[in-house]
Write a protein of this length. Structure first.
Length: 121
């Protein structure tokens, strides 16, 4: 069972992600946060296999989360995906450079995120 941590400011989007993950079967959400600082602390404690983070958070960005988690845990684990509806063209390269394993933009790539989770999970 793959353990997933979700970092998303919007309750509506968080609920949507939670429902989609429930449909995957071999995955479970071990924690959620709206803010970068809370997320990083929880990720340290809960040690999830996968982190899904939005770009815009209550107290920072998903890029902050990626950088801080990579600084603490290295590149191998957890797998980190950034999913956002707020994406400028250059975000994909910035997110990758920060250490994310994938970047999924808006509704057009929403299903791709869960296909990736099926593959990783």
């Amino acid at each position: 069972m793959k353990r997933i941590y979700v970092v998303e400011y919007s309750t509506l989007v968080r609920n949507r992600i939670r429902e989609a993950i429930a449909g995957l079967g071999d995955c479970m959400i071990v924690g959620e946060a709206e803010a970068a600082n809370d997320a990083v602390l929880d990720i340290d404690e809960l040690n999830p296999d996968i982190v899904i983070t939005d770009l815009l958070l209550r107290d920072g960005t998903g890029i902050d989360v990626v950088r801080r988690v990579r600084a603490r845990h290295g590149q191998e684990r957890p797998v980190i995906y950034v999913y956002t509806n707020h994406a400028a063209p250059n975000y994909r390269s910035v997110v990758r450079a920060a250490g994310a394993d994938g970047f999924f933009q808006g509704t057009q790539e929403y299903s791709m995120l869960f296909e990736e989770l099926r593959h990783v999970a």
